[in-house]
Ligand binder design. Structure first.
Ligand code: SF4
Ligand code: SF4
Length: 431
């Protein structure tokens, strides 16, 4: 693609990087066929190629029009287009740049600013999120009376009958059972700890029973992805630096063999820390090391000799491939193989490459698109007639939970169970 940045613009490293990305696009349009939002609207501007043109125009003219913002906001950052693109266009970093450009150049309508500020001010902060969960539960009986975005937020919270878990102790090491083979840090996550604490419990159980000491270092909080995808660079960088600092302290102290992430959206972000801080001389090296150590739970599980002591007895599992795992981290096949090895029969839905509409806070900010995508995904999973649905990202679990005929679990819960860990509460005793 031809670009026309001025020499002065090209002196800025971010513009230079965007220019390089834009020039790799040959506008073939292959990516449009696999873009979930293009499939919904049929509008070129809701597909990757159209968005790339909008971003090019926006950056070259140093503006951000309401029309361009509308179509870029509708992008899920699912990265399905990157998997399809034959030319290797780095759409992820291009749209990240566009989102932060919009934040500085475009004045959003008041209501939009309010919702974005509310999300950024609550979700990444555990104490505030726990308070919001309590208020959300009080609001549940009146959910149909709430305005769209608030309704979407309340509906994403777990059912009112579930207890809000107590805070876990951070900083302590969960020792390996038997000989210690590795020492790893677990990213406990921000909302995940309260929305589905069973995921971290299963992860710690699986790892410690297979020779890994697991530490949750103090000072590690939200990975920064929620605010990063809203273009709020200051908030996001604050989270990124705090995490790099805390993990670096652990590496420097007792050493770390891996940083394990069990929410694939967060994993994609942590693996990108090296890129995000590449131009910051104080942090670049440390961030690169952190990214190199980051791995999804399925990646480390593949390196362990899993003891399949209670195989899944042929229970049928519909596997939902989270975009952040499949397209963001290029991990596809590994989790399914692990589950099959653990004795589960794996089935995958039609159009498994398409996003479920969760996409971080997308289902709050773009509820209409997210609802259509969630309903489509759930319908294709329900067709499989499985005993349960498994996936690798808490956001997808929350998005799909109310739409499925079967319970939805994190893959690590099933691996933990099949290797002698606790039976997931959501699976009935007769299974
Ligand atoms: S598939 Fe790649 S090269 Fe083709 S239009 Fe899409 S982004 Fe550009
Ligand atoms: S990231 Fe997803 S929604 Fe956005 S342009 Fe690419 S395929 Fe479409």
């Amino acid at each position: 693609m031809q670009t026309s940045f001025t020499d002065v613009q090209l002196e800025q490293p971010d513009i230079q990087a965007a220019n390089n990305i834009l020039r790799t696009c040959v506008h073939c349009g292959f990516c449009t066929a696999t873009c979930p939002t293009y499939l919904l609207t049929g509008d070129e501007r809701d597909g990757p190629r159209g968005r790339i043109y909008l971003i090019k125009d926006m950056l070259e003219n140093d503006t951000a029009s309401a029309d361009a913002v509308t179509h870029i906001d509708r992008c899920l950052s699912c990265l399905g287009c990157m998997t399809t693109c034959p030319s290797g266009v780095d759409y992820m970093h291009l749209v990240d740049h566009a989102r932060s450009h919009i934040e500085t150049k475009f004045k959003r309508p008041l209501a939009d600013r309010f919702w974005r500020g509310l999300i950024a001010g609550i979700l990444p902060h555990r104490g505030r999120f726990r308070l919001a969960m309590r208020l959300g539960r009080l609001a549940r009986p009146f959910v149909s009376l709430l305005p769209g975005k608030l309704r979407a937020m309340v509906l994403l919270l777990p059912s009112a009958s579930g207890k809000i878990p107590t805070r876990e102790t951070v900083g302590k090491t969960n020792e390996a059972t038997g000989e210690r083979l590795k020492r790893v840090a677990l990213l406990a996550g921000c909302v995940q700890q309260d929305l589905a604490p069973r995921i971290n419990a299963a992860t710690i159980s699986l790892l410690t029973r297979h020779g890994c000491a697991v530490v949750i270092p103090s000072g590690v909080g939200c990975c920064g992805a929620l605010t990063h995808h809203m273009g709020r660079d200051d908030d996001s960088l604050q989270s990124v630096r705090a995490n790099v600092h805390a993990w670096w302290r652990e590496m420097d102290g007792q050493g770390l063999d891996a940083i394990v992430v069990n929410a694939s959206g967060c994993g994609t972000m942590v693996k990108d820390y090296g890129h995000i801080l590449r131009n910051d001389p104080q942090w670049a090296d440390k961030a690169r090391h952190v990214s190199a150590l980051a791995c999804d739970i399925s990646e480390i599980a593949q390196t362990l000799a899993l003891d399949i002591s209670s195989p899944g007895s042929g229970l049928v599992v519909a596997y939902h491939s989270a975009c952040s795992l499949r397209h963001g981290q290029k991990i596809d096949g590994g989790p399914q193989q692990l589950l099959a090895k653990a004795g589960f029969e794996i089935r995958e839905p039609a159009a498994s490459h398409l996003c479920c509409g969760s996409a971080g806070v997308y289902n709050i900010l773009q509820p209409e698109f997210a609802t259509q995508l969630g309903d489509r995904k759930a319908a294709s999973l329900n067709k499989l007639g499985a005993d349960m649905v498994a996936t690798g990202n808490v956001g997808c679990m929350m998005q799909l939970a109310g739409r499925l005929d079967a319970p939805v679990l994190h893959s690590v819960e099933l691996l933990n169970w099949a290797t002698g860990g606790e039976r997931p509460e959501m699976i009935r005793q007769d299974k």
